[in-house]
Design a protein around this ligand. Structure first.
Ligand SMILES: NC(=O)c1ccc[n+]([C@@H]2O[C@H](COP(=O)([O-])OP(=O)(O)OC[C@H]3O[C@@H](n4cnc5c(N)ncnc54)[C@H](O)[C@@H]3O)[C@@H](O)[C@H]2O)c1
Length: 150
């Protein structure tokens, strides 16, 4: 996809890979809807975007809050008019330990954010993306998905 003039929603855009993706997309002429639960991080991304931030919007949201996602989509549509792509990047790295030693609350946290957060966002955005002539969903994962550790 040539991203110029397209609107891409990026989760986890308040830091790390999501911030870098946002800056690259803006650089290539895209409009970017930045989503993160860390509002301060989003503003730092906006600062780094400098003059390109005219094509940028900030959306403070926890992707595990499924009920809040429809309002997010309306907000993005209000700001940008359409959505052409979703990059599911927000996620957390679990403590590196064995199944015997990991606590259930840690497993639930990782599953709620990395798995269900991605499922929530994808299911909510998909009906709109399917109305576009061309649209993409990108899921950022981990080498751990290909080469799992015990
Ligand atoms: N950096 C690596 O080496 C590496 C390795 C394997 C996988 N990953 C995956 O790549 C993605 C990005 O990693 P990163 O290194 O940039 O991480 P990071 O911690 O620097 O940034 C992740 C961002 O996601 C946001 N976030 C976390 N939970 C959220 C939630 N529930 N709702 C909304 N936002 C949330 C955080 O606030 C943060 O701004 C993650 O999914 C991570 O698991 C990264």
């Amino acid at each position: 996809m040539n991203v110029a003039q397209k609107t891409v929603a990026v989760t986890g855009a308040g830091n790390g890979i999501g911030r870098t993706l946002t800056l690259h997309l803006l650089d290539k002429g895209a409009r970017v809807a930045c989503i993160d639960k860390d509002e301060e991080g989003l503003h730092e991304t906006e600062m780094e975007a400098g003059s390109l931030a005219v094509r940028f919007s900030c959306h403070a949201l926890d992707i595990t809050e499924n009920k809040a996602i429809p309002a997010l989509i309306n907000q993005i549509l209000h700001n940008h008019g359409c959505i052409d792509g979703l990059i599911n990047n927000a996620g957390v790295i679990q403590p590196f330990t064995t199944v015997k030693d990991i606590e259930m609350k840690d497993i639930e946290r990782v599953m709620n954010i990395n798995f269900y957060g991605t499922v929530n966002m994808t299911r909510a955005f998909l009906p709109h993306l399917l109305t576009r002539k061309e649209a993409h969903i990108v899921n950022v994962c981990s080498i751990g998905g290909f080469v799992p550790v015990p």
